[in-house]
Design a protein around this ligand. Structure first.
Ligand SMILES: Cc1cc2nc3c(=O)[nH]c(=O)nc-3n(C[C@H](O)[C@H](O)[C@H](O)COP(=O)(O)OP(=O)(O)OC[C@H]3O[C@@H](n4cnc5c(N)ncnc54)[C@H](O)[C@@H]3O)c2cc1C
Length: 445
């Protein structure tokens, strides 16, 4: 019976990979996540735009680790830790003792000090966000079909995506395809040209981590999908039904029911609650072995960590391969600790970056540069490869094939009632049925 404990906070890319890599180690591994599932975030935008059902990009963490004898899973939220006493505390008061702690709680959407915008401009970070966006988009089409005046119809068919990073680019391309190629055909009063999708970006190009020629290729592919690109533009206000933009020419109010926020992320809120050194972006500062500065028994990996490679001034980017490689690496360091071997230095193997813009459209930057169909095929291959579970891979591939051939989207469910559950009220109000006593046609009592 093992006497040592490894506690892992977060079952995302980094945490789950660390847990799996600790299979067979002489220690109890406890993974805590506030969700019961591991989520493949790179395909979230396809749930938000009705291409994929939520279940095809998520996998119960418990079932991933079911066969691993030294691992157990707790559904719960970690709210704090006493690092001197080597204990973490869950929201329900449960305390977990550890010999090694792996902090892998990821990132959350950042509104740059305007958290009040969150209600009107959802980010895309978990399944709830994706379903909320999907329902808003679909509800807008339903309402536009019945809208009586032209201005209202225009407002309902205007979609604003904030941020020209991979999430913004993917969302803008996918909303445009959904609206113009899929939905418009199913409605009697909506033409493809009625749909307006804007992508707002402060920089002068999309996908700034890519080289300028690939950014230009992505912009061209977005324009082919009729996405309106607004560079050098900032958001100054978001409210229910409208967003204010500002560029060098002045400010403009755009009437819209759907604003998708893809402009920024910050470390998950737990990072701030930990008594550890942080960098200027709030990430946990770590040494060359991914251990928190001054705390060799605490590792921080993935999006929550600010790992600066030797000879560089910039921390590694918040992408899945960094989290996966660090998850594997810290598991190896725990094995080395158990054998009293010295720790190693983490070296990131960068295999390149990619982003998709829509059907047959993508950009890839790695040992080769690709755009268009070839890039899109490479993107499909890599994303299916990293998706967890044979069933999910099969379902996703089948859905893509089906959508590719038929131009249909299988996951177009609306479960929210229009105007309830905090959703927008794009449906025109139905006149109340008059009660007998109020019915003007009723005879006076
Ligand atoms: C929409 C979107 C698209 C993306 N596309 C790509 C892409 O194409 N390619 C790419 O490489 N990367 C992409 N990324 C980034 C990639 O998903 C992240 O870099 C990666 O998920 C980071 O892994 P992680 O383990 O650090 O965190 P995550 O995978 O985010 O996992 C963190 C986990 O911690 C849990 N958690 C958080 N706080 C607590 C708490 N207090 N208590 C308990 N559990 C907690 C969360 O529920 C979550 O399961 C994308 C991200 C998003 C949001």
């Amino acid at each position: 019976m093992a006497t040592r404990d490894v506690v892992i906070i977060g079952g995302g890319f980094g945490g789950l990979e660390a847990a799996k890599s600790l299979d067979g180690v002489d220690a109890r591994v406890t993974l805590v996540d506030r969700e019961n599932h591991h989520l493949f975030q790179p395909l979230l935008y396809q749930v938000a735009t009705a291409s994929l059902a939520p279940g095809s990009i998520a996998m119960p963490i418990r079932s991933v680790l079911a066969r691993q004898k030294n691992a157990s899973v707790i559904l719960g939220e970690v709210v704090g830790a006493d690092l001197d006493a080597r204990r973490v505390t869950l929201r329900d008061g449960t305390e977990l003792r550890y010999d090694w702690l792996i902090v892998a709680c990821g990132a959350q959407t950042s509104y740059f000090g305007h958290d009040e915008w969150a209600a009107h401009a959802p980010g895309l970070k978990d399944l709830r966000d994706a379903i909320r966006i999907r329902e808003r988009v679909l509800l807008c089409f339903e309402a536009a079909e019945r809208a009586r005046d032209e201005a209202e119809r225009k407002r309902l068919l205007t979609f604003v995506v904030v941020g020209g990073g991979p999430t913004g680019v993917e969302m803008a391309g996918a909303i445009s395809e959904l609206g113009r190629q899929v939905l418009a055909g199913d409605f009697r009063n909506i033409a493809p040209t009625d749909v307006r999708v804007m992508l707002v970006e402060l920089a002068d190009r999309v996908l700034t981590p890519f080289e300028p020629d690939l950014s230009a290729a992505a912009a061209r592919q977005l324009r082919e999908l009729d996405v309106e690109l607004r560079f050098g533009t900032r958001i100054t206000h978001v409210e229910r039904g409208a967003v204010l933009l500002e560029d060098s020419r002045g400010s403009e109010r755009i009437e819209t029911e759907v604003v998708v926020w893809g402009a920024g992320v910050e470390p998950a809120s737990l990072a701030r609650a930990l008594d550890v050194p942080h960098d200027r972006r709030g990430r946990v500062r770590v040494d060359a072995s991914c251990a928190v500065l001054g705390r060799p028994e605490v590792f921080a990996i993935g999006d929550v960590a600010g790992f600066i490679p030797e000879g560089s001034e910039e921390a590694l980017p918040g992408v899945a391969p960094v989290a996966l490689q660090q998850g594997r690496f810290v598991a190896e360091q725990i094995r080395r600790d158990l054998r009293r071997l010295p720790r190693k230095t983490f070296r990131y193997r960068d295999k390149g970056i990619m982003a998709t813009i829509g059907r047959s459209r993508a950009v890839v930057q790695g040992s080769v540069k690709l755009t268009g169909l070839l890039a899109w095929l490479a993107w499909c291959f890599v994303h299916v490869l990293y998706l967890i579970g044979f069933r999910n891979r099969f379902i996703v591939m089948f859905n893509w094939f089906w959508s590719y051939v038929t131009f249909k989207r299988g996951a177009r469910l609306i479960t929210a009632r229009p105007g309830t559950d905090g959703h927008p009220t794009p449906m025109p109000p139905t006149p109340p049925t008059p009660r007998a006593s109020e019915d003007p046609a009723a005879p006076p009592a």
